[in-house]
Design a binder for this molecule. Structure first.
Ligand code: ZN
Length: 244
């Protein structure tokens, strides 16, 4: 059983399409939130996830787009993009998105949280200390997270109270069954921020207990043109080319 793990798609349909084509052979999709916000195709992107994701949580941008989180908490560019994204949605889509939780239990071994198990909407889980501090907030072995837009993992030795950050690279496969607990961040499909502009995702093999990190190039210029057409902020358009 292979699960395609997606996060922070951010209404970037061209990036999502490239990932769906590249991943192939997966049986189900789990989505770690921020499906919309920032990008130019919120309606189509949300519809893809609404109809094909087996499990999905909401992120801070999703909540802001449907008025469940104050726009004051976002910088001006993100605020403008969230307002525009939210205005495109149908009533049915808004209701569906507003009804999602920011974290859930995926199956006995996996917890899913957009930011972190302790603060699922807002915490950026970047450090080993945060990984240790968050252990008390979930009982499953491992946790899938998003929000930082950086593809990475943390390996946690609970008995020794130690955690290490694992820098990922294309095609790295982690064996999750060898003892420690892991946090896995598949990176961002639609707005990577680890200086690699290619769309990021991960494939989780539930039978073997492995996760494989992947990157795929997509038509960045197409997304940039789509953003320009609807007058989204230029800084958001430009950053896609640099992966920042
Ligand atoms: Zn995001």
């Amino acid at each position: 059983m292979s699960v395609l793990i997606l996060s922070d798609i951010h209404a970037n349909l061209a990036a999502l399409d490239a990932v769906l084509q590249h991943a192939r052979g997966y049986d189900r999709i789990w989505c770690i939130g921020d499906t919309i916000g920032y990008g130019p195709r919120p309606v189509e992107t949300l519809e893809r996830m609404r109809t094909s994701a087996e499990l999905i949580v909401c992120g801070n941008h999703d909540l802001a787009c449907v008025g469940r989180l104050s726009l004051v908490d976002f910088n001006p560019d993100a605020r403008r993009a969230n307002l525009w994204n939210g205005a495109q949605l149908s009533e049915q889509q808004r209701d569906w998105l507003a009804g999602l939780a920011p974290q859930l239990s995926a199956e006995p071994r996996f917890h899913i949280a957009h930011g972190s198990p302790g603060q699922p909407v807002w915490e950026y889980l970047f450090s080993p200390d945060q990984a240790l501090d968050n252990l008390e907030f979930f009982s499953e072995n491992h946790c899938l997270i998003g929000h930082t837009h950086v593809q990475l993992a943390f390996r946690v030795d609970e008995l020794r109270g130690r955690a290490e950050r694992i820098t990922t690279h294309h095609d790295l496969t982690l064996d999750l069954m060898d003892g420690p607990r892991y946090y896995v961040n598949p990176g961002s499909v639609g707005q990577p921020r680890d200086r690699d502009p290619r769309a990021a995702y991960a494939l989780l093999d539930l039978a073997n207990g492995t996760v494989r990190f992947q990157r795929v190039a997509y038509d960045i210029r197409l997304t940039q043109r789509q953003m320009l057409d609807v007058a989204l902020p230029s800084a958001l358009i430009q950053r896609l080319a640099y992966g920042v």
